[in-house]
Design a protein around this ligand. Structure first.
Ligand code: ATP
Ligand code: MG
Length: 285
């Protein structure tokens, strides 16, 4: 009897392994001009972070044109649209992607969400808040340009990665996005990612010019996150519906995105409210 009581006491006193809590940070990947490579970057960047032992959820918020699932060759059963329709929990709509990457599909009809009545929006955001602490990064793949919803996601994120190509049209549109962000909230941290460069020199020059212009005209510091070359393996991977990092791990594009992810992890974390702040801002903007 004594032994049993002792065993029981020891069991109770034994420390339960604490559930791992993570500091969830939200990164919005956006662009001015469309088709510059946001979704491909967001997905492969997310996978690079996963390969560096981070827990990552990619959340497709490209309203109406969601395509992370297409790039993954997956037909998700659920999406945000069906979550609201069928009253599911957010955990029920998370899909498992390759290498343990999680993703949430926007699905068609997601744009209606933001116009839903307040009770439904509240429920959605409350559901989303249950993810707090469960992943290291939530990466939002936004649509191009300055729609109202995009701006809300951008302004609520901890980090904004702005993707451009070296083409003047893409750069001027990226500049308009920075200008708008700056007007709304000068404290937002924007990092520039130059995709589809013909050489590293071209990437560097593009980023340097952009940095100078934003500093001169907006008094804003836009850091350079990195460069990805034009690489036919990206297009081939899109056709195979497999992320290029997995289909062609030794390609130039894969090596570049891995380098960007490593450097990103080395950067100091900008002070913002994190995921809770994201939800609060989404809710009260
Ligand atoms: N580094 C690259 N090298 C070669 N081709 C690329 C590269 N990045 C993107 N592309 C091409 O550009 C196409 C568009 O890319 P992606 O869908 O990622 O752009 P997006 O910015 O998300 O577009 P949207 O604005 O429509 O959401 C890809 O299908 C691919 O063919
Ligand atoms: Mg896209």
């Amino acid at each position: 009897m004594v032994d049993q009581a002792k065993q029981l006491r020891e069991k109770v006193l034994q420390k339960k392994p604490k559930e791992e809590r993570r500091q969830t940070r939200v990164i919005a990947v956006t662009s001015g001009k469309g088709g510059v490579g946001k979704s491909n970057f967001a997905l492969n960047f997310a996978l690079s972070l996963v390969q560096q032992n981070k827990k990552v959820l990619i959340f497709d918020v490209d309203l109406g044109f969601a395509n992370i699932d297409v790039l993954l060759g997956r037909v998700p059963k659920e999406s945000i649209a069906t979550m609201i329709e069928k009253d599911l929990t957010v955990r029920e709509i998370i899909e498992e992607g390759p290498d343990g990457l999680s993703f949430i599909s926007g699905g068609t009809g997601f744009s209606e969400m933001l116009e839903l009545d307040e009770a439904k929006l509240d429920k959605f955001l409350k559901e989303l808040s249950t993810l707090q602490g469960t992943v290291d990064y939530i990466i939002l793949d936004t649509g191009a340009g300055l729609s109202y919803e995009n701006l809300r996601f951008i302004l609520a994120a901890d980090d904004v990665i702005l993707v451009t190509t070296p083409e003047p049209t893409s750069i001027t549109d990226a500049y308009s996005v920075v200008k708008m962000i700056h007007v709304k909230d000068p404290n937002v941290h924007v990092k520039l990612m130059v995709n589809q460069c013909t050489s590293e020199k071209e990437g560097r020059e593009t980023a340097e010019n952009f940095r100078k212009v934003t500093e001169q005209f907006l008094d804003m510091q836009v850091e350079t996150l990195g460069f990805i070359p034009t690489d036919s393996n990206v297009t081939n991977a899109v056709k195979k519906q497999t992320p290029f990092l997995l289909a062609y791990p030794n390609s130039q594009a894969s090596r570049a995105v891995q380098e960007v992810a490593s450097e990103f992890l080395e950067l100091p974390v900008p002070y913002k409210l994190g995921f809770k702040g994201f939800l609060l801002k989404m809710l009260f903007k």
